[in-house]
Design a protein around this ligand. Structure first.
Ligand SMILES: [Zn+2]
Ligand SMILES: [Zn+2]
Length: 551
């Protein structure tokens, strides 16, 4: 029988997010990463999205293990959902597993076997021999993989950039990548996120310079919002805070737990008496304070959103505060982020964000770095991953420039199968793939983790709340009207329908005029109020979509 290796991306090659790749040979299968994606603005009522992994479930007997490149949620966020269905060991570097462990505990998955590996330490899974290779990225402890298979070597870069001065001093393992080039690699899968961008991506250290500029003239408090997993960024904020005699307060569950994990594992350095509690805020002078938090994407329920709309219990914005959004504005989130920035300015803060200062650098390689990777690994075949279609096209052009013939470049969609034999590579067939919508993250209640798949929708249905409000005053002009599908209000008493209408009206009355002008906040409020009500009274969790028209 001919020896055939199948490489199947189940997510991550049509979007930034949902990263998940299957490799299969005979009766052996491994999965690289299992990521989520945050919803686009039109996906109302959805907290996040995960790849459809039916194909893995159908071949569950073959699955030998899951290997993780790094701890970002676009690579690990779907793990709890996959591991609820299949119990297999998960391999990753210490920090990656530290972050994953926390997530698994939230889902009552403490029984899952987590196997910690260091770069260059070989993992044997069936016919596959897997070597983690250190890369630099916007999270510490990231790796790519060199994978020995019966039909040759495969290299998967994971997410990377070539940072010559990483914050933690751990350099990318160029030597290993070139070793795979020397040995002869049949397939390279490489990060396409920044394939449109010329030149080189700046080192993370550049952010420090921007922080120093801001800190050197700041008179009041400084609030920094970033991704909770960006340990490098948190370290730099802490280092600069110390330099300017400030104390650091962390606010938000994820940023506190990630920082604690990184500190425990030795990936963060925080001198004693630097990290204070939120309660200590009142004892500090404004010029002694740095607050690090999340919400850089304008997520309606995040700490920063609550601060911005004046709903945070302890942190009230005042004149002189500086808020730094130290993260990329992820496309699709611009409107939400813009709203947060407006609210913050309105309350008197100065806001510094990507468009006005260099307070963020990307974690992904630009054109010159991508070419360098292609030249180091010198693959026979190439598959661009981690990107939308246009990113893959740009990356393919770079690959052609380095001498890979067009016929050996494979731009796959999610679910496409790339078959590799000793001397051929070809696209052959498609497996089930798609997106599954998940609702309930951040409620802090595991019972609320509801898979928004079709089965669930059919069971719990969908409720639309239609409201017409007057733009200036926020007064309800018409509605609330309630439409449901698969969730039969007719079955229940008129009383419940009246209750729902009243709850919506009351929620609207309680919002002040500033908040009422912000549709995303109104929607989030109505959703959370109704969700609680329907769960308590009827034990149902329909998808709730408030639709608001302004006149
Ligand atoms: Zn990443
Ligand atoms: Zn990623």
């Amino acid at each position: 029988m001919e020896k055939v290796l199948s490489v199947i991306p189940l997510g991550g090659v049509e979007e930034i997010g949902l990263n998940m790749t299957v490799m299969e040979y005979g009766d052996d299968m491994i999965v690289i990463d299992a990521g989520l994606m945050f919803p686009e603005e039109d996906m109302l009522g959805v907290d996040f999205v995960i790849p459809d992994f039916t194909y893995i479930l159908e071949n569950r007997n073959k699955l030998k293990g899951i290997i993780l490149t790094h701890g970002h949620e676009d690579h690990t966020g779907a793990l709890p959902f996959l591991l609820k269905e299949i119990n297999v060991p998960v391999y990753g570097t210490p920090l990656t597993l530290g972050l994953v462990k926390e997530k698994l505990l939230e889902h009552n998955l403490e029984h899952v076997e987590l196997i910690s590996v260091m770069p260059r330490e070989i993992i044997e899974l069936g016919v596959f021999s897997i070597e983690p290779i250190r890369v630099t990225h916007s999270i510490v402890d990231g790796v790519g993989f060199g994978i020995k298979t019966p039909v040759g070597l495969v290299v998967h870069t994971g997410d990377f950039k070539l940072d010559p001065t990483p914050v933690d001093g751990r350099l990318m393992d160029f030597h290993k990548f070139s070793e795979y080039g020397e040995k002869g690699t049949t397939l390279l899968l490489s990060d396409s996120t920044n394939a449109e961008r010329g030149g080189y991506t700046f080192s993370e250290k550049e952010v420090r310079r921007a922080f120093e500029d801001i800190f050197s003239t700041a008179k009041g408090r400084i609030i920094i919002a970033t991704f909770a997993s960006n340990i490098h960024r948190i370290q730099q904020a802490i280092d600069v805070a110390i330099m300017f005699g400030r104390k650091v307060i962390l606010s938000g569950k994820s940023v506190i737990s990630n920082t604690q994990i990184a500190l425990d594992l030795g990936y963060l350095r925080i001198p004693q008496n630097t990290w204070l509690k939120l309660e200590d805020l009142k004892n500090l002078k404004d010029e002694e304070v740095v607050i690090i938090t999340t919400g850089s994407q304008g997520e309606p329920m995040s700490v920063l959103s609550r601060i911005a709309i004046g709903e945070h219990k302890t942190i009230k914005i005042k004149e002189g505060d500086i808020v730094i959004l130290s993260a990329k504005m992820i496309p699709g989130n611009e409107n939400s982020i813009g709203r947060i920035i407006n609210h913050l300015f309105r309350r008197g803060a100065d806001v510094i964000y990507e468009k006005v200062s260099e307070i963020h650098v990307s974690g992904h390689a630009s054109k010159e770095e991508l070419k360098l990777m292609l030249n180091l690994v010198k693959p026979k075949n190439f598959m661009p991953i981690h990107g939308e279609y246009r990113h893959k096209v740009y990356h393919s052009r770079l690959a052609e420039k380095t001498g890979i013939p067009k016929s050996n470049i494979f731009i796959l969609d999610n679910g496409d199968v790339l078959e590799i034999t000793d001397d051929t590579a070809r696209r052959n067939g498609k497996v089930i793939s798609g997106r599954i919508y998940v609702d309930g993250k951040g409620v802090g209640d595991v019972e609320d983790m509801v898979l928004r798949d079709r089965r669930r929708l059919a069971h719990d249905g969908i409720v639309l709340i239609l409201l017409v409000i007057e733009k200036l005053t926020g007064n309800i002009v018409s509605g609330p009207d309630i439409i449901s599908r698969g969730f039969v209000f007719e079955d229940v008493s008129q009383e419940i329908i009246n209750d729902v209408k009243e709850l919506v009206s009351n929620t609207m009355k309680e919002l002040d005029s500033e908040l009422i002008s912000d549709k995303s906040i109104v929607q989030a409020k109505i959703r959370s109020v109704l969700k609680k009500y329907l769960r308590n009274t009827m034990d149902r969790k329909p998808m709730i979509l408030p639709i608001i028209y302004e006149v």
